[in-house]
Design a protein around this ligand. Structure first.
Ligand code: GLP
Length: 243
């Protein structure tokens, strides 16, 4: 696991954004695994700038997103579908048919998971972008999820709903379930770039960098992947004694 220590969120967004941007330049038909949350927004801004400055094009890029809430329509501003359009896809030349965002039809939950898993089986993600939840979740794989898990419906923990309530009017509005790519599918990516910045990620970084691998802290499985880059900042590393 390679750790890149940046000063702050802006620098981390630039550094991680450049990793993706250079990879697109090197392989124009790259397959990217994408994430939502506050962490990747700066990375997406870096990519949008590189597109607008004619450095990169997304016309042959394919994307697969990590997760989506169950029960939110795609035009709902809190859905991850809406988020991706707002923060990335509406600003670049990606083709709609190359974008894959899981969707769980509430009346066909199992079928929806199977469908996304089958799509993932047919492809190889070149670079998977990840954020990290305060409890170590990646995608929406909450603590105790099996490392062999494929796409499934997760019951969100109260901690995660509480952390994500800032995007909603109240905690009651935060969905209780989500569809998420499983840990096994995340680990299938050739390369993983995880971004973690700010004080509220300090505990998570301390646990991640302790090196202990346990389902109590899902991100810890990343130590078993051969090509992981963690882009982080001073605040997120404030509880880590030495790298
Ligand atoms: C959500 C997403 C995760 C994300 C996490 C952290 O739970 N499902 O993919 O990593 O939030 O979000 P943030 O980057 O806003 O701290």
């Amino acid at each position: 696991m390679e750790i890149i220590q940046c000063k702050d969120y802006n620098e981390a967004s630039k550094v991680a954004g450049e990793i993706l941007s250079n990879a697109i330049l090197a392989k124009p038909n790259i397959v990217l695994g994408l994430a939502t949350g506050s962490s990747p927004i700066g990375i997406y801004n870096t990519l949008i700038n590189d597109y607008k400055n004619h450095k990169i094009s997304f016309k042959d890029v394919k994307t697969y997103n990590l997760d989506e809430y169950v029960g939110l329509d795609r035009d709902c501003p809190q859905s991850y579908y809406y988020f991706m359009n707002e923060h990335l896809f509406d600003h670049i030349d990606i083709k709609k048919e190359n974008v894959h965002i899981p969707y769980a039809d509430p009346s066909q939950l199992e079928e929806s998971c199977k469908k996304y898993s089958e799509q993932l089986e047919k492809t190889t993600v070149d670079i998977q972008l990840l954020g990290i939840g305060a409890n170590g979740h990646i995608g929406f794989n909450e603590p105790k999820t099996s490392f062999d898990q494929k796409t499934f419906i997760v019951h969100l923990t109260e901690k995660t709903r509480e952390d994500n309530k800032r995007f909603f009017n109240s905690l009651d509005e935060v969905p209780t379930k989500a569809i998420t790519m499983g840990i096994k599918e995340i680990m299938n990516a050739k390369k993983i770039v995880l971004i973690a910045t700010g004080k509220n990620k300090a505990e998570a970084m301390k646990k991640l960098l302790s090196g202990e691998i346990t389902t109590d802290f899902p991100a810890s499985i990343l130590h078993k992947h051969k090509d992981v880059v963690v882009v982080t900042d001073e605040e997120a590393l404030s509880l880590v004694k030495s790298l």
